[in-house]
Design a protein around this ligand. Structure first.
Ligand SMILES: Cc1cc2nc3c(=O)[nH]c(=O)nc-3n(C[C@H](O)[C@H](O)[C@H](O)COP(=O)(O)OP(=O)(O)OC[C@H]3O[C@@H](n4cnc5c(N)ncnc54)[C@H](O)[C@@H]3O)c2cc1C
Length: 396
């Protein structure tokens, strides 16, 4: 792959732009939190005890979580609460991607509730120029066991087939609302044992709603060795059948879980052999989507500076309008502000994934964030490094 010529306009080291929306007090608090999370033993302990304490409503647990890690990574308990974060992001040229944080729900009533929540967020997005997309996580809309049985030959019962119709209807209602109101829907990627079911639904929704505009986006995890080829095959299918292709590309969040399960159950792991292979496929996905941007709406969802820069430089080199709605970047709220705000300042479309929901519901998400920011080697994490540079610059 020929790399674009290096340019110098974007500088991810500019911490003044990265933290312009944080007061000195907020910056100090954020620094404390990332220092705490960098301790792997403490994170392990807090993840297990904290989860237990919040789940069983132990006094102060909810308050303690809410004032710290929740405040850092979430927009609020309700959609209304999120408006403050949405406005603050918009003041700094960044958009918001709303993500109701419920996962792993098991009853049909709970699944309907999650669906209603997502529809509410589509309505809020339609009324807000600063919210172009909302997230749809299928593990909140159906029983995870069901999604697994549906893709495993010979294991789905008649009742499962009926439950699939219900799942289809929930996803369809969300995408139909997105289509009616012109709001994009990102379908998140999950574990490989559910992903075939998710892919199947995502492609059906794309075919139904991406006729004039990209409404539905499927997520491709490039830590899987089969996903670059699948992305290209799915794109070819969209071309043959005459609809626009929507793709969000990520490296993938469940690597350990995937490898452990494959080893325990004795099948070949779907994960790439090393990080370099994941990185190579990730950047190849960027190149493929940007080169076909007229018929692919894409989102480069990563905290990796190299990949973000690679996409930005490719857009410049190809001389495409940076604001074209098919060219997007995204990071999670509370992380990698140096990428988000420096890209936004340079004029690219960039949005923050803003998770919201009751503290109890978002605990699995918060645990993933804490683990991601934990240092196993004792080395300072990248978030903390940037925060400390900015503190030094402000002489705090
Ligand atoms: C906006 C946004 C949306 C997201 N949505 C999803 C989603 O829908 N589904 C999902 O699964 N994840 C999602 N993620 C999480 C994402 O998949 C990554 O876990 C996370 O962003 C870290 O990867 P990175 O690209 O930021 O870069 P890096 O920090 O450079 O890469 C870390 C990632 O590389 C991969 N990796 C690390 N070591 C190895 C190895 N030895 N061999 C092979 N691969 C390796 C893993 O995927 C690891 O998470 C999302 C992330 C963002 C920012």
């Amino acid at each position: 792959m020929a790399d674009p010529e290096p340019r110098t306009q974007i500088n991810f080291d500019n911490t003044e732009i990265a933290f312009a929306n944080k007061s000195n007090k907020e910056l100090k608090k954020t620094s404390m939190l990332f220092k705490l999370m960098s301790n792997s033993l403490l994170t392990k302990l807090l993840s297990s005890v904290g989860l237990f304490a919040v789940k069983y409503n132990l006094p102060f647990a909810r308050y303690a979580v809410k004032q710290t890690i929740y405040e850092q990574f979430c927009g609020g308990e309700t959609l209304l609460d999120c408006q403050v974060a949405i406005d603050k992001l918009y003041d700094n040229n960044a958009l918001t991607i709303l993500d109701y944080g419920a996962e792993g729900k098991s009853t049909p009533e709970e699944h309907d509730e999650v669906k209603d929540q997502i529809i509410q967020s589509v309505k809020l997005a339609a009324a807000n120029n600063s919210v172009p997309v909302v997230v749809c996580k299928l593990s909140g809309l159906a029983d995870n066991g069901l999604m697994e049985r549906l893709q495993k030959p010979g294991t789905a019962s008649e009742a499962d087939q009926k439950a699939y119709v219900k799942l289809y209807d929930r996803v369809d209602e969300i995408c139909e609302k997105g289509n009616e109101l012109g709001v994009g829907i990102f379908i998140d990627a999950e574990e490989s044992w559910m992903q075939v079911t998710i892919d199947r639904l995502a492609i059906e929704m794309m075919s139904k709603y991406n006729r004039e505009k990209v409404i539905v986006y499927n997520t491709y995890q490039l830590y899987r060795h089969d996903k670059l080829a699948q992305l290209k095959a799915d794109y070819r299918k969209s071309q043959e059948e005459g609809y626009l292709f929507g793709v969000k590309f990520v490296r993938g969040a469940y690597m350990e879980k995937e490898r452990n399960r494959a080893a325990e159950m004795g099948y070949a792991s779907p994960i790439q052999k090393d990080k370099a292979s994941t990185d190579a496929d990730y950047d190849a996905a960027i190149k493929f989507c940007i080169e076909n941007y007229q018929t692919i709406g894409s989102c480069c969802a990563t905290h990796n500076e190299k990949s973000s820069l690679y996409q930005a430089e490719l857009i410049e080199k190809m001389d495409i309008d940076k604001k074209h709605p098919h060219l997007n970047f995204s990071q999670l709220y509370g992380m990698s502000d140096q990428i988000t705000f420096n890209l936004a300042e340079a004029g690219y479309n960039v949005g923050k994934y803003l998770v919201y929901g009751p503290v109890k519901e978002v605990i699995p998400y918060l645990i993933r964030r804490a683990q991601e920011n934990t240092s196993v080697t004792g080395e300072m994490g990248r978030e903390l490094k940037f925060i400390q540079t900015e503190m030094k610059r402000r002489k705090l």
